[in-house]
Design a protein around this ligand. Sequence first.
Ligand code: BGC
Length: 420
Amino acid sequence: MNLLNAHRQAMKFLQSALLWVPCCAALAQPLPLDVLHWWTSSSEQLAVDQLKAHLLFNGMRWKDAAIPGGGGMAAVKVLKSRVLLGDPPDVAQLIGTTLTDWNDMGLVMPLNNVANRQRWSQTLFPTVMKLVTYKGVVIAAPLGIHRINTLIYNRHVFAKLGLIPPANWEEFELVAQKLSAQGVKPLAWSDEAWQIATVFESLLLGEVGPAQYRDLIVKRKSPAWLEPGIEKALTRLRWLRNLSGDTPRERAWTDATRDILDESAAMVIMGDWAKGELMAWGASPEKDFGCAAMPGTHKMHLYSVDTLAMLWNSHKRTSAQEKLAELVVASPTQLAYNRVKGSVPVRTDVDAANLDSCARDSWTTFATPGNVLAPSLAHRMAADEATKDAVAQILWRFAISPTMTTKEAQRRLALAVRTP
Ligand code: BGC
């Protein structure tokens, strides 16, 4: 699928759409809000453009402090150094535990007034509301919900070989065999630690089920990491990694995603920001690629919620910061932003029929009572930055070095998750 032209056209359309934002708000030249984030890929930039356009429409401007690096590894460090230098941005993409950590240091502005005015507790998913509320205070504006346990496959390759998306690991193995037999690489892969951790937590959830996932990831019960289910998940991780050959390759997540576009691989396991990226390149979730739940995780939603926190600093922009928080949660912004970002709205009052097939499945799975909602460790929903990094490093070492046994990896993981 050569989609370069479609991509160019999509970009042109978006650029012209942005030009249609009313002139007069822009003429007022308000001081921009300085926003630190890590959205730098094609789809991420398009999503930010949507936010900028909605802000501008309301007489506000957004200045990018964008730090490249998938999963926000670099952005989190830059934020730390800016705070130490006494120059925090007005707004930062702080998610999960980084949010509560910075809040504990007195850096985050409460948003209770906005949340009350906009009735967030009635309009947002309870899980999202809980995530942005800390010690009774609302501390961030939620943007979108990403589904981590997403398996994206190339529809053309699957159709050509008569394959259907695998629902369990037996089916996955068969599909992988058939693809390999036809000379198609079954799975796009990157050896970056955060991407390995992203794959691992999805397969862990499917392997051990939600109750044990909770013990391992949320309650961080150290002995639970020594159980046989973890050994199985680790063995599966190494098997998946080895489907791509021996040489370790730390590639940006966009490169792994591109393998699906140009058919150099048939599937990728990634959060659904990869869907947004494929769409930004002109591919369609209905025609060119599809999303399935990771094998064994049907009716489960392993989530990561993107949030923006308003930070205290010397600029004294409180009312603009509150306005931004209000705008990003409003329905029109939610729909426009999430449509390109790959995530789904944080609101319950959405008509799922208007979402693309991947988003519809994600949003409905999240919204349906009784389904499993599990927080992502790799994306900071469950543990502090240091624990997350330690776990990701062990998984990375295990995945790329054949000499580390599963038992040794389990022992190290059990130590790493121990709460201090
Ligand atoms: C963020 C996404 C982002 C992805 C890749 C995740 O942690 O939640 O918004 O697109 O990283 O950088």
